[in-house]
Ligand binder design. Structure first.
Ligand SMILES: Cc1cc2nc3c(=O)[nH]c(=O)nc-3n(C[C@H](O)[C@H](O)[C@H](O)COP(=O)(O)O)c2cc1C
Length: 547
């Protein structure tokens, strides 16, 4: 990577934050769990708008999400409550002995939840026009910047990251995890919106303008003494909500807020931070979006994804989604379910991939362990044209280890040909398990499920476009969210894996080109539930309201 890392600080950051067999990326030597940064930010002093818990009112089958509901749903407090609950709300409180922790509909590396969500709304019945901060703990909106109505009707969601929440635990590698989390958070919004028949589209806005729009650069709220790395929120992305009756987001939303009345002060995230990881702030600065249009996205030509056969409701699956902690090592996955999950990861126009800010750039390297009717081994799902044309011949070319590679559809008539799934090498189950476990930081979950995978990203665009780094990591989070929900729909469970050994992954698959870099791992299997952990309702203080 040496040549390119001199031209791109992000490629250098990625190289620097690799985990190696001999040493993990730079991080804190020890953690004081009692001094964990606060997971929920509030804006005391801001007026509150309590949201309804009405997800069940809009429930419909997961398999129907590709189509709008029979009766169009307009944006109002009830539907907005559903959108935010199913995208970022709490899904359960867990407890074990004296410990109690919240789980949310969006997953997060280490359950640290760096992502904060803001709603910009004009003309939504029941909500004052302006900027609102979403508080997932109490499921309410805090009015940050309120203004008088101008007759317009539109809505957008802005996301930011409190990067310190991840950096506190993961040190220098944390910037990667924040972006993966943002990708998951973009996808959770797209799925929740689809339940309502709404769509989510990214908007072109520069990082500085987004910081201004979300109030993240206000010296009065984040004074220099506190506008330090630990308290700051990094501007991430602005997403337009397309819903019945809504107009387009104004071209200059910052100007729209110019006369707004700002209220509330941000609560403190960490009163006594212990470490400094300056490379994270550097990576954030180097990868901020510039002003200007987003690159055009042209999706590869894939047939439409068939409706999922499950009868389970979408809200139900979104709320029950969890990360598998342990897998039943003898369980197998149906081949049809496996092919369906892979198919769902293919980039297509429509939800959730239309939240993507640029051309898809990720291929999947698969460790097939226990899929009925398929030999265990290493496989490639190219997903994108460049990977399809380059990787099958390139992988292992140095030593010919994949000389026997073949198209799975040629030997298995059940395999959809458009998957372009390639068997690189059939191996003993024990050998695949050994590899999968070792490469995912020796985590058993990577080896005891039905399959696990590494996401290999095309870094070609990074050399002259720093924001491309955020985009590839977010795409990985997006794919991860597809797999989480598809696993639940198939009656199994997924887990995102941010901890993997970067170069050993490339070596195991014989990736001969610096252009392709691993960014995220994932695993799917039959979960073993831990009966010692108790589960409580997400909002015990509230009844489920009916409107
Ligand atoms: C980007 C990312 C990386 C993750 N990495 C790991 C990992 O390496 N190992 C693991 O066991 N879980 C991992 N997880 C799962 C999280 O620990 C899990 O999402 C979090 O504890 C919240 O639990 P939930 O997913 O059940 O809501 C990861 C999740 C995300 C989103």
């Amino acid at each position: 990577m040496s040549e390119t890392s001199q031209t791109s600080p992000l490629i250098a950051y990625h190289a620097r934050t690799r985990h190696r067999f001999g040493a993990y990326a730079e991080g804190p030597g020890q953690l004081d769990w009692d001094a964990q940064p606060e997971a929920f930010r509030r804006y005391p002093g801001a007026p509150l708008c309590e949201l309804l818990l009405t997800g069940d009112q809009f429930e419909r089958r997961y398999g129907e999400l590709g189509n709008p509901p029979k009766i169009a749903i307009a944006p109002h407090l009830a539907s907005l409550g559903t959108l935010l609950e199913l995208a970022y709300g709490i899904s359960a409180w867990k407890s074990w002995g004296p410990n109690r922790w919240a789980l949310r509909c969006n997953p997060s590396s280490g359950n640290l939840h760096p992502v904060e969500a803001y709603v910009l709304a004009a003309g939504v019945p029941g909500l004052i026009d302006g900027l609102h901060h979403y508080d997932p703990k109490d499921h309410l909106l805090e009015g940050r910047a309120l203004r008088s109505p101008d007759g317009a009707r539109w809505m957008a969601v802005g996301l930011s990251s409190v990067m310190w929440r991840e950096a506190w635990k993961y040190g220098e590698r944390a910037f990667r995890y924040c972006q993966l989390d943002v990708g998951h958070a973009m996808a959770t919004l797209a799925y929740a919106a689809a339940l309502l028949g709404w769509r989510v589209k990214p908007l072109a806005i520069g990082g500085e303008a987004l910081a201004r729009l979300l109030g993240l650069d206000r010296p009065v709220d984040f004074p220099p003494s506190r506008f330090s790395f630990t308290e700051a929120e990094e501007p991430e992305v602005l997403l337009a909500i397309e819903a019945p009756g809504l107009q387009a987001v104004p071209t200059d939303p910052v100007a729209w807020l110019a006369d707004a009345f700002w209220q509330g002060m941000p609560s403190q995230v960490d009163p006594a931070p212990g470490y400094r990881w300056s490379v994270i702030a550097q990576a954030a600065t180097a990868s901020r979006a510039a002003e200007g249009a987003l690159p055009a996205v042209v999706f590869p030509d894939n047939p439409p994804l068939p409706a999922h056969p499950t009868t389970a409701g979408a809200a139900q699956l979104i709320r029950q989604r969890r990360s598998g902690q342990r897998f039943e090592p003898k369980s197998t996955l149906d081949k049809a379910d496996f092919y369906r999950m892979l198919d769902a990861t293919l980039p297509r126009p429509g939800m959730p991939f239309d939240t993507q800010e640029a051309m898809p750039a990720i291929a999947l390297l698969l460790f097939v362990l226990r899929v009925d009717g398929l030999p265990p081994g290493l496989y490639l799902l190219p997903r994108i044209p460049d990977a399809a044309s380059e990787l099958p011949a390139q992988l292992g070319a140095g030593d010919g280890r994949f000389a026997g590679r073949c198209a799975v559809a040629d030997v298995d008539p059940d395999c959809p040909t458009h998957l372009d799934l390639c068997l690189l090498a059939a191996l003993d189950l024990g050998e695949v398990q050994r590899l999968a476990r070792a490469l995912s930081c020796h985590q058993d979950i990577a080896a005891t499920g039905a399959f696990s995978l590494g996401m290999l990203a095309d870094f070609a665009g990074l050399a002259d476009d720093g924001h491309a780094y955020r985009r590839v990591l977010r795409e990985a989070g997006l794919i991860g969210q597809v797999l989480y929900l598809e696993a639940e729909a198939a009656g199994v469970r997924g887990t995102g894996i941010g901890c993997f050994f970067d170069e050993p992954v490339r070596q195991a698959f014989g990736v001969g080109n610096e252009r392709w870099q691993p960014v995220y791992h994932f695993t799917v299997g039959t979960p073993v539930l831990d009966s010692r952990i108790e589960t409580g309702p997400p909002y015990p203080q509230r009844q489920t309201e009916k409107t």
